[in-house]
Design a protein around this ligand. Sequence first.
Ligand SMILES: [Zn+2]
Length: 397
Amino acid sequence: MAVDGLAGDHAHPTLTDAIFLDIVALDAVEADADAALEQLLVEERALGIVAEPVGRSIGHGGFIVGVPSDKRSIAAIQRGTMTDAHSYHFVEALTRRDLTAIRACPKSDLHTHGYLAANRDFVNVRTGHDIAPLTVPLASMDDMHAWVGTHVRPVFEGAAGRLLGFEAAFIQARHDGLTRLELGDDVWAITRGMGTAEELYHSIAELHRATAPDVEWIPQASMSRHCTIAALDNWLAPFLQLNLYKTIDLSGDEFAQPIENFVPLYRKAAAAGFRLKAHVGEWGTADDVWRAVELLELDEVQHGIAAAASPVVMRMLADHHIRLNICPTSNLMLGRVESIAAHPIRKLFDAGVRVTVNTDDVLVFGASVSDEFLALYDAGVFTAAELDTIRLNGLRD
Ligand SMILES: [Zn+2]
């Protein structure tokens, strides 16, 4: 939904209502979609349609590869190769290129960054600032940080601004039909007027309850790679003690300091029961990916696309069930891939690596999770059934 022509600090309440009405409508679409799917399955069974063989199954409990047609994709779903209650509908929605119906299917976003996950229209209504996403690729992370500094950060200044960003992120999750959202702030936020680690958690939790209580929220504590280890250790400690946050991430310039430096922090996070993640292999190499996984004992990698250059690293990622949370449009707009069609996510998938599709920064790149799935389908990277497998990869750990 687009809300155009707003300016000033106080949006008209009718337009704010329009956002929420849109979300209510989304719920109705989801209910209708479930009913339609059920009806379709009943009819298919009554007609006695027999599924065709759909190619070979490899790894991961039943990937279907080399499936040439969507009829066959749907047949795979009918055969129960890999499904949930929404699989048939998701495949159908993709083949019809029906974005509203894609949104109505459960999905996850496991790779995003605080207010950069915000819903553009909601932010526009609440602040009068319309943050238009990037339209041409940038050349570096420095360019990206400069762009965010100019176009995004000023809109979310101060504690109130940051919290508005989290509210807008939950709004975006509902708007796009996400049922799982990993979201958090940098640990240094506790030095930026956001209160203690516990207060920060409860501030975000309150927004979650008020805005998107049906979305599973996975609270994340993230660290910036350019910070000193001593400072990170100090800021991270209260997050680890609370038993509220679930995952830890490391982002920023991949080359800011050696990955070895972070080992003590990750050992503490592991001892506290955190799920361990880090950004690596977006700008670095396949070896960098594996080195980070080994040294930090990662459960998941944010990006990790460089691994596609090494069959050995891909094999190790697959064997150790390391999930890669990939953001295709981000990779395209930061010049890490030439096109969506040429994205290495296909190679990783074929090697048996467990991949998911995510936004990174929907406010910067303009692509929701649903948009990402449709883009991969339209570019011929995956069949609809393969994309359903990828959707399911994000719905469980
Ligand atoms: Zn990221």
